[in-house]
Write a protein that binds this ligand. Structure first.
Ligand code: ADP
Ligand code: MG
Length: 556
């Protein structure tokens, strides 16, 4: 039976938010919350997560407590709610004491429908929360609770006790990070084991996905801009210095471009953001500090000037373009020099292995030889069977052959290893390697041992990566990056699904490597470009292999 709250929801949608219909998954999620059940909502950036707790907040009795990590965004959301006649407030450390006291009084009076609070400030509210009626807890950007997530916030760990203290208040956790390990961790950390999980499609079919080698980036950018006059766009760079340099170069050529990074004052940053939102300066050259929560619908392109450290961040950033559903263009410049720099950033961190594995996956995406969208969506656990036709690879595909048998062998090895092993071991087993790691685990006795010994290690590795990019395999980043079979793999193994693989040629080049690492990286990039050219000319992918052991290490 539908509750009054359920029946009210279309009315609320119209009167308070001005919409006639729900976006995909919103209604199901809202229904679950209105039934007072715990919920995990995974939706891409711009998917409409806020409504999933704002609307129930209005329908349910009491006050909804929204935990949000971004102080700047809280004010925006609260202002928007107030403008729509919703009694809402926020509470955080940026407020003067008097204002905080005022908010606490409002909270105590029970008139607030929503209170946004920073996780750090939650303990200050604890006493009052025990005395008022709470309708709902909403944990926005919930991936921040997972130390495996890409932006862990220690203060989020305090949220562990919410469910303990308020067992009868429904809790909704929302995030755009769909990585399976992070998702499972959210349920554990928030102590909501029975939460229903809703995963919206991450597909943004209007985004053209383009990856280009990192040489002559500026020339590529100028050529691109010449064909995209008067459009708004964002260029992401790795360092503050490079944002300023590039913005200056663009300005010198007559483009209205501004640099944005965390080194500017908050007034400067607000001004730049506003100029961008109001189309006064249509090009922003920024570090990744820019864009969280920016709701501008007509961003027509996003360029990553540098390689990104993981697919999660990359996808979030390109997702800032084309929010209006109209075609948008994204370009990632891929350079090995950037990869080396990103590896350095990760080194020494507590989650180094995890971060390096994610970076490697990003690299594999950049080197994909099949539909990029398949690779991206596969990473998020969504497995499509058709090529998208809207990426650089679909536009100029390499030469493929029927790789079904190879794919079956690889998948079957993963299955025989109970999905417990990472790529290296899977390959060793398939190649029939005689090493201690294999023998220690007794893997020489399993059925697929040596099943692909006729294929060179490097080729086999490339084929397996192609399967990752086609969404047939997936990496479980949580535990040593073990390989998992996806529903597509099951079709390959049991339903005779055919698999195309790109032809590989090993081009072995010997390069003297007693040079500075930077020089070597540059050299490597040149070779990679050569390889791409070669691949285009002969319509086959080729590989450049270094003779130097250190560099091989770096590449692995
Ligand atoms: P997210 O938090 O998932 O990134 P937001 O909650 O900020 O997304 O919503 C993104 C945009 O979608 C906002 O401009 C919001 O107003 C709009 N939106 C949300 N729900 C609807 C709806 N049902 N119909 C139309 N637009 C919507
Ligand atoms: Mg949001």
């Amino acid at each position: 039976m539908e509750t009054t709250a359920q029946l009210n929801k279309f009315e609320l949608l119209k009167t308070h938010f001005g919409y006639d219909s729900f976006l995909p998954n919103q209604e199901e999620i809202i229904n679950n919350v209105l039934d007072q059940k715990d919920t995990i909502a995974i939706m891409p950036t711009g998917g409409g997560k806020s409504l999933c707790f704002q609307l129930p907040a209005l329908a349910l009795d009491g006050t909804a407590i929204v935990i949000s990590p971004l102080i700047a965004l809280m004010k925006d959301q609260v202002d928007a709610l107030k403008a729509n006649g919703v009694p809402a407030q926020f509470f955080n450390s940026s407020q003067p004491y008097e204002e905080q006291q005022q908010v606490l009084r409002e909270l105590q009076s029970g008139n607030l429908k929503l209170l946004y609070v920073a996780p750090e400030s939650l303990p200050q509210l604890n006493f009052i929360l025990k005395t008022i009626k709470i309708g709902l807890f909403a944990v926005d950007e919930a991936h921040c609770i997972s130390s495996w997530g890409h932006d862990f916030r220690p203060a989020y760990t305090q949220l562990k006790s919410l469910k303990e203290q308020f067992p009868n208040v429904p809790l909704i956790a929302l995030t755009a990070t769909a990585d399976r390990a992070t998702r499972e961790d959210i349920a554990v950390q928030l102590a909501i084991p029975n939460a229903e999980t809703f995963i919206a499609s991450f597909d943004r079919p209007n985004l053209y996905l383009d990856v280009r080698p990192g040489q002559n980036r500026n020339k590529h950018i100028f050529d691109f801009l010449r064909n995209h006059k008067n459009e708004c766009g964002i260029i992401y760079c790795l360092s503050r210095k490079s944002t300023e340099k590039l913005a200056a170069t663009l300005s010198a050529k007559g483009y209205k471009a501004e640099a944005y990074h965390a080194g500017l004052t908050s007034e400067e940053r607000t001004q730049i953001q506003e100029n961008f939102i109001n189309d006064i300066s249509p090009i922003i050259v920024a570090t990744i500090a820019f864009g969280m929560g920016i709701d501008k619908s007509n961003v027509r392109w996003v360029i990553h000037y540098n390689m990104r450290k993981n697919i999660d961040g990359y996808y979030q950033e390109i997702g800032r373009s084309g929010r209006d559903g109209q075609p948008a263009h994204t370009i990632l410049f891929y350079s090995f020099a950037d990869v080396i720099m990103l590896r350095k950033f990760a080194e020494g961190s507590e989650t180094e292995a995890y971060q390096l594995a994610k970076l490697e996956r990003m690299q594999q995406y950049a080197e994909a030889l099949s539909c990029r969208r398949k690779a991206l969506l596969g990473y998020f656990g969504e497995h499509i069977t058709e090529d998208c036709g809207n990426c650089d690879i679909c536009r100029t595909p390499p030469k493929y052959f029927d790789g079904t048998l190879i794919a079956q062998k690889i998948c079957s090895a993963v299955a025989r290893l109970q999905e417990q092993e990472a790529l290296g071991m899977v390959l060793d087993v398939l190649r029939g390697a005689q090493n201690a790691q294999v023998y220690d685990k007794g893997y020489q006795n399993i059925k697929t041992y040596g099943a692909a010994k006729d294929i060179a290690w490097r080729d086999l590795q490339q084929y397996a990566i192609q399967l990752l990019n086609q969404g047939v395999l997936q990496i479980y980043f949580h535990e040593n990056g073990r390989l998992l079979l996806t529903p597509l793999a099951k079709k390959v193994l049991f339903e005779g699904k055919k698999v195309r693989l790109a032809v590989i040629i090993q081009e072995v080049e010997t390069v003297k490597t007693e040079r500075a690492p930077r020089k070597r990286a540059e050299l490597f990039d040149k070779l990679r470009e050569l390889r791409l050219k070669l691949a285009q000319e002969i319509n086959k992918p080729a590989f450049v292999v270094f003779s130097d052991a250190t560099l091989e290490d770096m590449e692995h």
